[in-house]
Ligand binder design. Sequence first.
Ligand SMILES: [Fe+2]
Length: 208
Amino acid sequence: MDFNQLESYFTDLNRLKKQYEKDIVISTGLEIDFISGFEQDTISFLNTYGMYLDDSILSVHFLPFQNTYTCIDYSKSTFLEFIKHVGSQEAVYKLYYKTLMDSITSPLGIYKPKRIGHITLVHKFQHALPEKVDDHKEIISILSEMKNQQLQLDVNSAGLAKPYCFESYPAPPYIQLAKQLEVPVVFGSDAHNAEDLHQFYKELKLYL
Ligand SMILES: [Fe+2]
């Protein structure tokens, strides 16, 4: 979202909350980017706007490498290019889970989001890659640390709609593991338009 749109986003939501108060509960929410090296900016943003939020998610999309940032979910070609740049698929996965772990452990103030978004976003183009990276241990460490930090898991169905992913973020066995660990799980369809709302909810409902 363009920063200039933020104030009107809050104003519009407040108007809609009043208009539909008898029909549905509307929460004001944001997906907050965790960008390594920009923690102070994130804290000051949250300290300014966090009080207006009913809900928020903290997510990693940008990975730092040699003084630049790459948005790993932007396109297949960007992701493949990034692998070449970093050296290997495995190295990209390592960098992703390290950054994700930093997002979980990073103190971002009292308005730090309580939920971590799409924890296996690095799988988005997995079927376009020559080999499968075994990240089982990393996902377990991530879920364990989320438990320690009392954070919720975003059970995100958008990956099921992605042509090179074919799985939810995270895949069902890890949703089940989160439940065993008593990490609260919250379904989200990561809809970027109204038609995608609740996409694949039926498929994931049995794991929630
Ligand atoms: Fe996201």
